[in-house]
Design a protein around this ligand. Structure first.
Ligand SMILES: *Cc1c(COP(=O)(O)O)cnc(C)c1O
Length: 395
């Protein structure tokens, strides 16, 4: 039997490779941080991690994880509602609720699961889900698992959102769903206008803060902080896999009854293992770090501002960013790959993105800044961009 399928897969894989879309993995042999070493032995500066606050190898997180590892062992071997809930899980949920000024929080193994498990328990064919066209794949999959009527609006297009809301007035409940920060352009969802329309057309609002929590807003509380809407959004989802230490884990936080219903009915919560105590303990420590001091936030924002100004001075075409994502536009797929390869030779590790990850003719290098970068790292990256930009005739 496998012979036929094998041939098919081989042909398909070759087509992926011929189209230049085959994903190869860079092997890294150090902790995740600004300065990393790859398997070839080359030292590079990392500008493509979601390690926005530099917490992935932070001593306080490592110590908190080690302490919990010693005290509670390695794994939990249970789902939450059987024998998989420890005090660490409850404390992390409480800490997240306090951080976002929400009523309650439920943990998942990932934000992918949080988004996969939110819609089906709450909405039926009587309801409507109205989703931004650029929302994360996990939101798209979560919506697919639910029978609610689906509507889509162009990225951050408020006129279209209003049309969809009008079309959805017959449905019982409506929910508008958006990423907080969109991962390819680094733009922020216009949450003030979304909330205005939600009020006008009687809809709930859900924001996925995965790329924005820890990053956007003066103290890193995300887009609800930026728009002065903390505590007003019905549902927030987020990840512990980016700014908050980067290990694993996700959460849904918001209205009390919604969270309670998810604990009863959300399938990735009911049928999947609890996160290890060491991950919960380090997660608590990550939030405590941010609550104690705004130092990392301030440094991240300073780094983004510095990088963007210098890159613009060097005449690079930079998408206006409102986050720690900085898109350096090249508009040509092949060029984006060549540019990234040249930067790697200069010791700067970034990723070039092109269709279908971004629209055709919108190829780019995506730079992700971090509080873990110092001025010297930034200057080296900028100098390398300028050198390669001149060599390839971009600037
Ligand atoms: C990264 C990301 C996720 C997935 O988070 P994991 O915890 O890694 O599963 C979900 N939504 C958005 C918007 C993301 O950027």
């Amino acid at each position: 039997m496998y012979g036929k399928m094998q041939q098919h897969l081989q042909a398909e894989l070759k087509a992926i490779e011929d189209a230049g879309l085959y994903k190869k993995e860079q092997i890294i042999v150090t902790p995740q941080r600004a300065e990393i070493k790859v398997q070839s032995g080359q030292q590079v500066l990392n500008f493509c991690a979601n390690n926005y606050l530099g917490l992935s190898d932070h001593p306080r997180l490592v110590a908190a994880a080690k302490k919990a590892l010693d005290e509670r062992g390695y794994g939990i071997s249970s789902v939450r509602f059987i024998c998989g809930t420890q005090d660490y899980h409850k404390e992390l949920e409480k800490t997240i609720s306090d951080f976002f000024k929400t009523e309650d929080t439920i943990l998942y193994s990932s934000c992918f699961d949080a988004n996969g498990g939110i819609f089906e328990p709450l909405f039926t064919e009587e309801d409507a889900i109205i989703s931004d066209a650029l929302n994360h794949a996990s939101i798209i999959d979560g919506v697919r698992l639910c029978k609610a009527k689906r509507y889509r609006y162009d990225n951050a297009d408020m006129a279209e959102l209003e049309e969809r809301l009008k079309e959805a007035q017959e449905q019982r409940y409506r929910i508008i769903v958006t990423d907080g920060v969109f991962s390819m352009d680094g733009n922020v969802a216009p949450l003030d206008q979304i909330m205005y329309l939600a009020e006008k057309y009687d809809a709930l609002v859900m924001v996925d803060e995965s790329h924005s929590a820890g990053v956007v807003g003066k103290t890193g509380r995300g887009v609800t902080e930026q728009f002065n809407l903390m505590g007003k959004v019905d549902v927030i989802t987020g990840t512990l896999g980016k700014a908050f230490g980067g290990a694993i884990g996700g959460f849904t936080t918001g209205r009390k009854e919604i969270i309670d219903m998810l604990r009863q009915r959300s399938r990735p919560y009911l049928f999947s293992n609890s996160i290890p105590p060491m991950v919960a303990a380090a997660g608590i420590e990550a939030f405590h770090l941010l609550i104690e001091s705004n130092h990392l936030q301030d440094k991240l924002h300073e780094n983004v501002d510095y990088f963007v100004v210098k890159m613009k001075e060097a005449k690079f075409d930079i998408k206006p960013t409102q986050s720690a994502i900085c898109a350096v536009m090249l508009y040509d797929a092949k060029l984006s790959q060549e540019f990234a390869a040249n930067l790697l030779e200069e010791g700067i590790y970034v990723t070039g993105f092109y269709y279908p990850v971004v629209p055709k003719e919108q190829a780019r290098i995506r730079v992700q800044l971090s509080a873990g970068h110092n001025r010297e790292h930034l200057d080296k990256a900028i100098a390398a961009f300028i050198k390669v930009g001149n060599k390839l005739g971009i600037i």
